[in-house]
Design a protein around this ligand. Structure first.
Ligand code: PLP
Length: 369
């Protein structure tokens, strides 16, 4: 039996070298050469003017919301189907989260429902590019511009993914990334905010470093945070980022191979890619339909018995007590349905041809096809 982890990262030799150099240089906190080097290279990769490191994706989202002046009297629109960090970031600011249901095909925020959720209090929209597939950003931007609302893209799952030729994260006012160990670029723990706006960039630089007064260090006119990444993490990130084309090519290969080998299994719905989107397959998702003959949980258990580790989808945030403050004058049939039927297959950068074949053969054997 083969053992296939759900997400095994690949750490490049350059990354190992830079981390060691960072440690040996003595610059182990947020000074040192790798922070600016990583920020510059990431800004170039995304095609934006400014990239600013943070401690993680969650703090990146929070920093962006604070820089956009989101506070207790405001509402922030986000999808019901996303990671808890998105909801947390809104709750930290005291703003009211407003949840929107998802598209059934891509699991992204359903932009046909978006405008009905806009109110005079709406300050920001947080579209989340789920599992590596871009949201309908034209529709998001049109509604945002019409109502004068800021757009903060959560691009934590979509490094290198594009929408109509534009990099995800570079389309809204601010883009937020995570570099957690299972993300396409990792720093272990870490995050980044990106923007073309000079004022937002300098505000975020100040806020992430406890908002020292520009005139007097250790004097504070405003409440800030310590959201500083370490030089060691930036070294890791820089080394990984130098190899990002190879990582993205591996993801394309994985997405295409899974689809080719699994598409004739009836009752398994495979991911789609819309026209104009470069899907980076952060995770290769499947939905278990009624005619598969087994439910999602039983299928995952059967795979686990064969050494194949998988993960459930997110739950709908609307179902959680945490979201009780949320204005949710809507229902979430799609988010609830996909939460019960969806899971993802092993999708890590270290996934080998042998492992992928084994996963596909095992799925065929279970399905009896
Ligand atoms: C991973 C992730 C985050 C949070 O990132 P952390 O670095 O773990 O804090 C936020 N949003 C989405 C969509 C994510 O996938």
């Amino acid at each position: 039996m083969m053992n296939v982890p759900v997400n095994e990262p690949v750490i490049t030799d350059a990354a190992k070298k830079y981390v060691t150099e960072a440690v040996e240089s003595g610059w182990v906190s947020s000074g040192g050469k790798y922070i600016p080097a990583f920020e510059e290279k990431f800004a170039e990769f995304i095609g934006v003017k400014h990239a600013i490191t943070t401690t993680n994706g969650n703090s990146a989202l929070h920093l962006a919301l604070v820089a956009l002046d989101v506070g207790p009297d405001d509402e922030v629109i986000l999808p019901a189907f996303t990671m808890g960090a998105c909801l947390n970031a809104v709750l930290y600011t005291g703003a009211t989260p407003v949840l929107v249901d998802s598209e059934p095909e891509t699991f992204n925020i359903d932009t046909s429902l978006l405008e009905a959720h806009v109110s005079p209090k709406t300050k920001a929209i947080m579209p989340v590019h789920i599992y590596g597939h871009a949201c309908e950003m034209d529709a998001v931007m049109e509604i945002a511009q019409k109502h004068n609302i800021a757009v903060l893209e959560d691009a934590a799952e979509v490094h290198g993914g594009t929408y109509k030729g534009q990099m995800c994260g570079s389309i809204g006012d601010i883009g937020c990334f995570s570099f957690y160990g299972n993300k396409i670029v990792t720093t272990g723990e870490g995050g980044m905010v990106v923007t073309d706006d000079d004022a937002l960039a300098s505000r975020m630089r100040s806020l992430k470093d406890i908002a020292h007064s520009p005139d007097r260090r250790f004097w504070h006119d405003e409440m800030g945070f310590n959201y500083r990444m370490t030089n060691m993490q930036a070294g890791l990130g820089l080394g990984q980022l130098e190899n990002v084309d190879t990582f993205l090519a591996h993801k394309q290969w994985m997405g295409e191979e899974y689809t080719k080998r699994l598409r004739d299994i009836s009752g398994l719905r495979l991911p789609i890619t819309k026209d104009g989107v470069l899907n980076v397959y952060w995770m290769y998702t499947v939905l278990v339909e009624d005619d598969f003959g087994m439910n999602r949980d039983d299928l995952r258990a059967a795979l686990k018995e064969k050494g194949i580790d998988t993960r459930d989808f997110f739950y709908s945030l609307a179902d959680m007590g945490l979201a009780d403050t949320a204005r949710k004058d809507a229902s979430y049939p799609v988010a609830e349905d996909i939460a019960q039927r969806g899971f993802y297959l092993p999708s890590g950068l270290a996934l080998s041809e042998e492992q992928l074949s084994y996963v596909c053969e095992t799925l065929h054997a279970i399905a009896g096809s």
